[in-house]
Design a protein around this ligand. Structure first.
Ligand code: SF4
Length: 376
């Protein structure tokens, strides 16, 4: 399990190693066709800042070679904001005396129909808070069943599950799981997640192993930028994690995301650090040079300007026209959002811009594995 591997990697020493990288280390990494985590640290380090343009060109080249001129489009749907956790940065935390919504089957279907009117989305991400008693695996399974007539690629972002539960959901059409570790700094993790199942660091970090063991086709990872001051170290830990998973669960596809926290309107939490646009670009280029095959995803958390700019330089997956409140597309617009999106353009507007940039928006991923799943 990855928790045991992580014990062997010292946070402070990793931070020190990143900040002691030199110009020569960066040039060596740029000259390699296959980088290891040590090279990634060099590309992520302040020493690589003067090489941003070179990194951008390399990132563009590798992305074109592997993904062509495409952008995979997806849309998230929050089906509940009911949550038993206490993440200090989230407005959905259990102590917030807000009204909770768990969409009924009829409401879920109404959301699906409303989404299909926005654009020809085929990639759906179902999102929940974490309340296994009220919106657990049977509820998620039903939402997946109901989605099959409308969408061909179904992912979830829900509480970490056990192997059997992931397996069960694959029988309901589940194709991918996204789970953000939030941070790999174990001691600080407990400060941000003081209560509930999410406070169990090892359970969460080992969830990725369980996804792999269950044969989940696609696994998405991410750290929440804004929690740890040393975001370079956090992302390096994710790179170690990615390599670990790729070795063990080599049939699985991986994606990464670097969500940047903004001053929270709902949870009242102020980020400990702000990653600027240039740093986000550097991280994205470094990840692409480190791993030519990993999907790099930008959500509507990011402003339109940077999403458009990065669309040809390394990003391969984007959400569009997202609502972050349950039932936000049809049943309950204007309720409490989990976070406010920055890119508020419609999916059609985003698609038009991508086309003008020479990128083809792809609404459906043609996954062979998905041919075996029958619609209900
Ligand atoms: S981040 Fe997720 S788990 Fe944490 S309080 Fe918000 S909805 Fe719940």
């Amino acid at each position: 399990m990855f928790s045991e591997e992580l014990e062997k990697i010292n946070w402070e020493e990793t931070t020190k190693a990143i900040y002691s990288k030199t110009d020569a280390d960066v040039r060596r990494a740029l000259g390699k066709s296959r980088c290891d985590v040590d090279d990634f640290m060099a590309l992520l380090s302040p020493a690589a800042e003067p090489y941003l343009e070179t990194m951008a060109q390399l990132s563009r080249k590798y992305t074109l070679e592997r993904f062509g001129k495409t952008m995979s489009m997806f849309i998230p749907l929050y089906i509940t904001n009911s949550c038993t956790n206490s993440c200090v940065y989230c407005g959905f935390h259990i102590s917030n005396p807000m009204k909770r919504t768990i969409l009924t089957e009829e409401e879920i279907v109404n959301e699906y129909k409303a989404i299909k009117k926005l654009a020809p989305f085929e990639n759906l991400l179902l999102v929940t808070g974490e309340n296994p008693a009220k919106a657990g695996v049977p509820y998620i399974a039903r939402a997946l069943d109901l989605a099959k007539p409308y969408f061909s690629n179904l992912k979830i972002e829900v509480m970490p599950l056990d192997v059997e539960e992931y397996e069960e959901l694959t029988h309901h059409g589940l194709n991918g799981v996204i789970c953000f570790q939030e941070t790999y700094h174990k001691a600080n993790y407990n400060i941000y997640h003081p209560r509930g199942m999410k406070s169990k660091f090892d359970w969460r970090v080992n969830g990725f192993d369980r996804m792999g063991m269950a044969g989940v086709h696609s696994i998405g990872m991410g750290v929440l930028i804004g929690l740890e001051k040393d975001w370079r170290t956090d992302i390096t830990m994710m790179a170690y994690h990615l390599r670990y998973l790729q070795k063990r669960y080599w049939k699985t596809k991986y994606s990464v995301n670097f969500p940047r926290m903004r001053p929270s309107e709902n949870g009242g939490f102020q980020p400990n650090v702000i990653m600027n646009d240039k740093q986000l670009a550097q991280v994205t280029f470094a990840m692409r040079i480190f791993d030519h095959d990993v999907d790099i995803s930008y959500s509507t958390r990011e402003p339109a300007k940077i999403r458009d700019h990065m669309a040809t330089l390394g990003v391969t997956t984007m959400s569009a026209e997202s609502k972050t409140e349950p039932g936000g597309y049809y049943s309950y617009p204007q309720t409490l959002e989990q976070f406010h999106v920055s890119d508020e353009r419609t999916a059609k507007e985003i698609a038009a811009v991508l086309k003008s940039l020479g990128r083809e928006p792809v609404w459906k991923d043609w996954d062979e594995s998905f041919d075996h799943v029958k619609a209900v």
